[in-house]
Design a protein around this ligand. Structure first.
Ligand code: AMP
Length: 623
């Protein structure tokens, strides 16, 4: 560590980064907060004060007097005070009552249903809470925990969400962070964080396809990621939001109930609840024990609760097979096979079960990553992401949306936007273009940033030539221009002629050198000039269309002379001349009018030529 002296303040200063950004795994069942130790540089998960628990149960309990507890203390109230104990809030994020109808029995507390399309609220006594507020309570607890452990204020965080979360669920998570007093620098996909925890995707030139298998207590999901140049792209996700270790516990309970012929129905409801709860704890204990040992034996008041690993594996086999089915479906969606998967990462407490590990490893045909604690992997990865953000890349503006549109110049100096402003990054977007001239071997690709219709009013970021396009008639080459922007806003532009595979690329830093004011100014100008820009664009588009039609008509006349009379050729030429003249008229309606006229006039000829060609082809067939 370097130490300096601040001569103005007369204080000793260390080079500790000013920002300590934590990584938060805001889970359905448990949440964790991780960070990279400022001094030792290792990744750590914050523990509770006693130093024996890293998981904070994602549970909020309201006392009758309105005071709130979060975490382990709240979980203790689940059975005794179910209507005031809120769990699984993550399942409600960004959801309306209509979204939840099928699963409403799952929740032991009251969800408001008077407006089925509105975002849900939860009722506790006479108070109403949004899932955002409840999540904020959990986040506040994590923030406090981190502050105590680190002995400093924590104001910034990265929060993870499932890859399948949509925009409103992501926004809700962001809002919860804000409400908890955290600046949420980035929302990161859980599978991305899990990969980062294993160091996958940290090398700038790494290209990998990764499967992340996440089996927790109540949910299962699998994600297929493609990692290239530090961009993590989610190719596919699949899963079951109601499948997990809790289901395994239930299967064990059913087995013991049958084994001991327990007359559960005869108990009063309170006694039933407490027996169920005790059996649930026992079943979970058995399951965890069997991850290490071949047999579990226990005598209880209710009877003999025994289970062998083999029995357990037979019991859960159909559910594990279901998760493998989801992996298959995800691969199909990503148009990949298991052979394309380079790494398999295991996440979630239930992946500790040896049978689960074996099943996943045998399906993908390779060893899985399971060295790290599967409960902590996501938070560890979030901490790494946070550290990258806190890090030393001072010349980069860190963004998670593109502040201005980026695109390429097309004919007539028009801006063709490929990634619109406010797109979430990382992102990959592509569009296909073609050539204007027969045999065209080079294509200039000029990249611009800004909102105006004409490139001259935008900011040029770079330019390159795609060279060596094999000779083809105009319109035949398929040039794909792809923009790949990584999480730090670094953009790579790639042009590839798809028929021949010829390829070129450049890397640009779109935000570099632009201050927020300049960006604001660019946006303002685009709004002020919107009407004028639109006119310029539509005029230019009419000119482009006219020029293209002239080229096609010219080709038609020279190639099909045999099928046309001299008058027809001469008249077509006249229509063409007029169109050519009005192209410079600055009058888009006039241009359209003459495009239409030339089209109308030549249509019967084109049809005639087509008929002849068809007849010719038919003749050829009959021979
Ligand atoms: P998570 O939601 O990722 O925290 O996973 C919690 C689930 O993992 C619960 O169903 C736990 O019972 C289960 N679990 C935790 N440890 C083990 C273990 N050693 N063997 C089997 N399941 C476990």
């Amino acid at each position: 560590m370097r130490i300096g002296i601040n001569l103005i303040k007369g204080e000793i200063q260390t080079n500790e980064p000013k920002d300590l950004i934590v990584g938060i795994d805001l889970g359905t069942t448990n949440s964790l907060v991780g960070y990279i130790h400022p001094k030792y540089g290792d990744t750590r998960i914050v523990q509770d004060e006693a130093g024996d628990n890293k998981l904070v149960p994602s549970i909020v309990h309201f006392e009758p007097d309105g005071s709130v507890t979060v975490g382990t203390q709240a979980r203790a109230q689940l059975v005794s005070d179910p209507t005031r104990t809120i769990y699984s809030v993550k399942r409600l994020m960004g959801k309306s009552y209509k979204d939840l109808i099928d699963h409403k029995d799952y929740f032991g507390y009251q969800i408001i249903d008077n407006d089925k399309d509105e975002l849900v609220k939860i009722r506790v006594d006479d108070r109403f809470f949004t899932p955002i507020e409840l999540s904020a309570m959990i986040l506040r607890q994590l923030k406090q925990r981190a502050e105590k452990a680190l002995n400093r204020e924590v104001l910034k965080a990265v929060i993870t969400v499932p890859a399948y979360f949509n925009d409103s669920q992501r926004q809700a998570t962001r809002d919860a962070g804000k409400l908890a007093g955290l600046e949420v620098l980035r929302i990161v996909n859980e599978p991305t964080a899990a990969s980062l925890a294993y160091g996958i995707g940290l090398q700038p030139d790494e290209v990998k396809t990764v499967a992340v298998y996440d089996l927790g207590g109540g949910t299962f999901d699998v994600s297929i990621l493609h990692i290239e140049n530090g961009v993590f792209e989610v190719l596919a996700t699949n899963g079951d939001t109601f499948l997990g270790g809790d289901d395994f516990d239930r299967l064990i309970i059913n087995q013991w109930t049958t084994d001991n012929k327990l007359p559960l129905k005869r108990f009063t409801s309170d006694a039933y609840k407490s027996i169920q709860q005790a059996m649930r704890l026992n079943a979970e204990e058995a399951k965890i024990h069997l991850s290490q040992h071949p047999n579990y034996i226990s005598s209880t008041e209710q009877g003999q609760f025994n289970l062998s690993r083999q029995q357990f594996e037979e019991m859960i086999q159909p559910l594990v097979a279901k998760t493998i089915g989801c992996c298959k479906a995800a691969l199909e969606d990503a148009k990949l096979t298991t052979a394309n998967i380079d790494e398999v990462v295991m996440v979630g407490g239930s992946t500790r079960i040896p049978y689960v590990k074996q099943s996943v490893a045998s399906f993908f045909g390779k060893a899985v990553h399971d060295n790290l604690n599967p409960d902590e992997v996501v938070a560890l990865g979030a901490a790494i992401q946070a550290d990258i953000l806190a890090g030393n890349q001072k010349d980069m503006l860190l963004l998670d949306v593109t502040p201005l549109s980026v695109g390429v110049e097309t004919i007539g100096e028009l801006m063709d936007v490929i990634v619109p402003r406010n797109s979430r990054i990382p992102i990959r977007a592509a569009r296909q273009y073609t050539t204007q001239v027969d045999g065209q071997a080079n294509m200039k690709i000029a990249v611009y940033q800004g909102e105006r219709d004409l490139v001259k009013n935008n900011r040029k970021l770079g330019e390159f030539d795609l060279k060596g396009i094999p000779s083809m008639p105009a319109g035949l080459p398929k040039v794909e221009i792809a923009f790949i922007i990584n999480a730090d806003g670094i953009m790579q532009v790639r042009a590839k002629e798809l028929r021949s595979g010829v390829e070129q690329s450049i890397t640009v830093q779109p935000q570099y050198g632009l201050t927020e004011e300049e960006m604001g100014q660019m946006l303002l100008e685009s709004i002020q000039n919107a009407a004028a820009d639109m006119q310029v664009r539509s005029l230019q588009e009419a000119i482009n269309e006219g020029s293209q039609l002239l080229a096609t008509a010219q080709r038609f006349i020279s190639q099909q002379t045999a099928y046309l009379s001299p008058t027809e050729i001469a008249d077509t030429q006249t229509y063409m001349n007029t169109l050519n003249e009005v192209l410079t008229s600055q009058n888009k309606d006039l241009i359209h009018q003459h495009i239409e006229a030339l089209n109308e006039f030549t249509r019967p000829f084109a049809e005639r030529v087509m008929d002849k060609a068809v007849a010719q082809a038919m003749k050829g067939k009959q021979v």
